[in-house]
Write a protein that binds this ligand. Structure first.
Ligand SMILES: [Cu+2]
Length: 739
């Protein structure tokens, strides 16, 4: 078929590394970096190198040059920016937060890349490390960083931060704390949250969680930061910034990870594919959900329909908004599991907002799955690159190549409209003059933010149309975006399109901000940076300890296996949300045990015998097949009796008849080794617990009840009978016979 209908891919060509991270710079070139210096190395130690070799690719010459220096943190140490988050600041520098020490353990470093000098510069350190954080540029030109994990248990850094603190503050280079969402009944956000700015200036978090959340940073009346008081150590009160609110809408396709969300027009968001579906063959979805934030006075609701679904379900893919407002998806895998390279999707699809339908584009020649990128270039083509660079695939799947997609609009014949002149900088709410080619009739003008993309997540992508322009001959009078909520300050591509939808080559234009970029730390500040700044709010780990102490009762332990290969820690946000949605559960400890892949919950009713079938169903209702519930361990108190050679537990409040007890075996072990995909070995003490209890019962004086607290795995037979596989027990003195 003709390229006019289905576009065209260039031949693959080589970059200087695997483009896991890529950003379109204000100079029209592309900054990119991978995981390590030699992506073809088979030495696993190289996966954790502690430096970054970044490159700048020039679309004109198709060549890459290294950056002039390598990034460092405020303490002067080199930093690996693999797994960082990044977004452009108003001055065109790229703010980069976090990175990689080990899988799960991000550094607390932050830096900027300055395209004018091709150099990295350190900025003040973050509160804790961040591996897989998201960064979003706010309407006031500051940057918000959320999530990312800080240790090898993948504990999420749940305290977001904003940089710089305040343009007028004494130490403008400092980060400030944003309210921990857990303090306002919010979630533990999963890694790389999907976020956008709404037309009225709020932050909206649309995924991967099903539930949508708002963050208000500024008071709309005063335009000052909202200060939320936080009680520290039960006594003094300090203020942190921002207020979280449940948006009152959830995506109907529920928890969907490793997929993109796109703001494809003012206040219009689409959340595309991802996650896994619930059926016998869990595969990523082809569903696409839409949220329109433009209707004032109503609570926006997600919608979806079979008519607007992609042809192919996929995850680990990219979505790129094109100058005509269409959205291109490229790459990904359609197989079950985290990143099934045996079922890659090479077909590209293009979504048209006018019809709501997807059209098949030509297929790319190579896999673009986990750790791939795609971004829009000023010439209207899309750069698709990368993939690989994690434990698992061989060097042949660590892809240093790239391909360029020319959308159908570049194959319509005739000439493209041209921008002859345009200002390099404009101001909010003011018209600006653009000169186009003498025969160009302009139908639309689009304003596309420069991409900054990694892990299916383009943190800096948005498109709006500059509507209401006037053309007189070759002269256009174009209204600038009315305010910074619609287009945060910084650099954008201006495209003019003719009636056929053919775009010009873009001009990159800056829209001014009232805020200047803050300077980096002074030498004196740098010396203090070895210790991260103290946090006002507790870490996730501290939260967990407090909740367990407050409860003062044994938790129910839930064995959960995530589909993601790194374990429960990095996939915890979705599980936490889903466990909170289970009817029987009152409280979920916000920290899981990464080592044994278990979570801790507290039921509404004491002595509850959870029905695991119900719990599994209710879990899947929120997170689809993203986690498997392996089993449940409970702790019950009661009287042990022996009938027919078997022990029973009686007298617990929730049971009408005694519960069968049984010996603990490896089959009933909940603790799970995710790497070995097997239960952890059980100890002799655990294996002998039932026997010891039985002996105790035999040795008791005639008629004396044995009061015990029993902990073990609960199993439900097909007939609906419960058994408890005794892992440990403790004698209770009260009311019974003390052994
Ligand atoms: Cu990664």
């Amino acid at each position: 078929m003709a390229a006019e209908i289905e576009g065209q891919w260039s031949e693959p060509f080589e970059l200087s590394n695997v483009a896991v991270h890529a950003s379109l710079l204000p100079n029209g070139k592309v900054l990119y970096w991978g995981r390590r210096e030699n992506p073809k190395s088979t030495n696993p130690a190289t996966l954790d190198e502690q430096f970054t070799k970044a490159f700048v690719w020039d679309p004109a010459s198709k060549t890459s040059v290294p950056t002039a220096n390598e990034p460092r943190g405020a303490n002067g140490n080199q930093v690996n920016l693999f797994c960082a988050g990044h977004s452009f600041l108003p001055d065109g520098t790229l703010l980069i937060a976090g990175g990689h020490i080990k899988d799960g353990r991000g550094p607390n470093a932050a830096c900027v890349y300055d395209p004018a000098t091709n150099t990295f510069h350190p900025k003040a350190s973050l509160n804790r490390g961040r591996w897989y954080p998201s960064v979003l540029t706010l309407p006031d030109g500051r940057a918000l960083v959320i999530s990312g994990s800080y240790d090898e248990s993948y504990t999420v850094n749940n305290i977001p931060q904003i940089w710089p603190a305040d343009n007028g503050a004494a130490n403008p280079s400092a980060w400030i704390e944003v309210t921990d969402p857990l303090n306002q009944e919010g979630p533990v956000f999963p890694l790389y949250p999907r976020m956008h700015i709404s037309p009225e200036g709020r932050v909206i978090v649309v995924g991967p969680l099903a539930q949508t959340w708002w963050l208000d940073v500024k008071d709309p009346a005063t335009h000052l930061d909202i200060k939320s008081p936080v009680t520290v150590d039960g006594a003094s009160t300090q203020a942190v910034v921002g207020t979280w609110a449940n948006a009152g809408t959830a995506r109907q396709a529920m928890f969907r990870d490793y997929c993109p969300s796109v703001m494809y027009d003012t206040g219009k968001i689409m959340y595309i594919g991802g996650g896994l579906t619930v059926n016998d063959d869990p595969a990523p979805t082809n569903e696409v959900e839409f949220l329109d934030l433009n209707v004032p006075g109503t609570i926006p609701q997600w919608t979806m329909s079979p008519a607007t679904n992609m042809k192919v379900g996929r995850r680990q893919f990219n979505a790129t908004v094109l100058p005509d407002g269409t959205v291109l998806v490229t790459g990904g895998t359609k197989g079950p599991g985290f990143n099934d390279l045996s079922q890659p999707v090479h077909l590209s699809e293009l979504w048209d907002p006018a019809t709501g339908r997807w059209t098949d584009m030509v297929s790319e020649s190579v896999n673009r799955c986990y750790h791939s990128i795609a971004l829009l270039l000023p010439d209207g083509k899309v750069l698709s690159a990368g993939g690989g660079e994690y434990f698992g695939p061989g060097p042949d799947q660590c892809l240093t190549n790239a391909q360029l997609f020319s959308p159908p609009y570049l194959h319509k014949g005739g000439s493209r409209p041209t921008i002859v002149s345009a200002p390099s900088e404009i101001k909010y709410g003011q018209d600006f003059a653009v000169t186009v080619g003498p025969t160009d009739t302009i139908d639309k003008i689009s304003w596309v933010r420069l991409s900054s993309v990694t892990h299916c997540r383009n943190m800096n992508q948005s498109l709006m149309f500059l509507r209401g322009f006037r053309q007189s001959g070759a002269d256009l009078e174009v209204p600038a975006p009315a305010n910074a909520n619609l287009a945060p300050p910084g650099h954008y591509m201006l495209f003019v399109l003719d009636r056929r939808g053919v775009p010009s080559v873009a001009r990159i234009i800056r829209i001014a901000s009232s805020i200047a970029s803050a300077p980096g730390p002074t030498d004196e500040e740098r010396e203090r940076e070895d210790a991260p700044p103290p946090c006002v709010q507790p870490s996730l780990g501290e939260h967990g300890e407090r909740i367990m102490a407050e409860q003062g009762r044994p938790p129910i332990v839930v064995g959960l296996t995530p589909i993601c290969p790194y374990g429960l820690g990095p996939c915890w946000g979705g599980a936490y949300d889903a466990l909170r949605g289970i009817t029987d559960i009152e409280v979920v400890c916000p920290v899981p045990n990464q080592t044994d892949s278990i979570a801790f919950v507290y039921p509404k009713k004491r002595d509850l015998l959870p029905d695991i079938d119900v719990w599994r169903r209710e879990l899947a209702a929120t997170v689809n097949a993203s986690y498997e519930m392996r089993g449940i361990e409970i702790t019950l108190s009661g009287t042990v009796t022996g009938t027919g050679g078997r022990l029973h537990l009686a007298g617990t409040s929730s049971q009408s008849h005694p519960l069968c007890l049984a010996p603990f075996t490896e089959a009933s072990q909940l603790k799970w080794d995710i790497k070995a995909e097997a239960p952890r070995p059980i100890s002799d003490v655990e294996a002998g617990a039932y026997e010891r209890l039985s002996e105790a019962l035999a040795s008791r004086p005639e008629g004396a009840p044995v009061q015990v607290q029993v902990t073990g795995t609960l199993q439900k037979s097909e007939a609906g009978e419960f058994s408890l596989f005794v892992r440990e027990f403790e004698f209770l003195a009260a009311g019974g016979y003390e052994l």
